[in-house]
Design a protein around this ligand. Sequence first.
Ligand code: GLN
Length: 220
Amino acid sequence: MSTLPVSSAGDPPVIGVLALQGDVREHLHALAESGARARPVRRPEELAEVDGLVIPGGESTTMSKLAVIFGLLEPLRERIRDGLPVYGTCAGMIMLANKILDGRDDQETFGGIDMIVRRNAFGRQNESFEAAVDIAGIDDGPVEGVFIRAPWVESVGGDVEVLATHEGHMVAVRQGAVLATSFHPELTGDHRVHALFVGMVSGGQRSAPGGGHGEVGRSR
Ligand code: GLN
């Protein structure tokens, strides 16, 4: 699959939302509000046409099954290895973990971040909560973190940046072009995390190898 960006420098990036299951609509809205061209992704052909991808919250065991059925597991693993920027929230974070704890035996992940993630670490549905979370790289105060049967990051490898913690647990991490949060910024009206991700995707467009699209005009 091509590693060249879909959009030319200067165009808003095309960012997909993995639409197998979960809160897809909210992410499409937050991405559009953050200046991206947002579209759902269900098929490998649609995956090939995005500059970046969001993996929503929902249920990671179901998402894992559907990714196999829709033929997306290997194509997405390959695009992530090739440097596709990806942002996962909650179940999406679980899908980006190289290893998970308290998963189902047959549960697959896409991987992408050298971390071990514990599912449902913050408790069950009725222990869901909101908390202010300070995120490295996001100015103007904390974001409102919505934690719903949320995972936390139990441990990370040396190349992983920890962007936020809550009560001592890692809840936002980044490794290269892959970003993950335990919580759901798409459920609040505050799109700063999506804007950070759109910036990561746009940055990748500007510095993409090959230079086939050229550095036309000023970077956004
Ligand atoms: N606990 C869910 C899972 O394991 C994630 C919950 C969520 O995405 N809000 O997939």
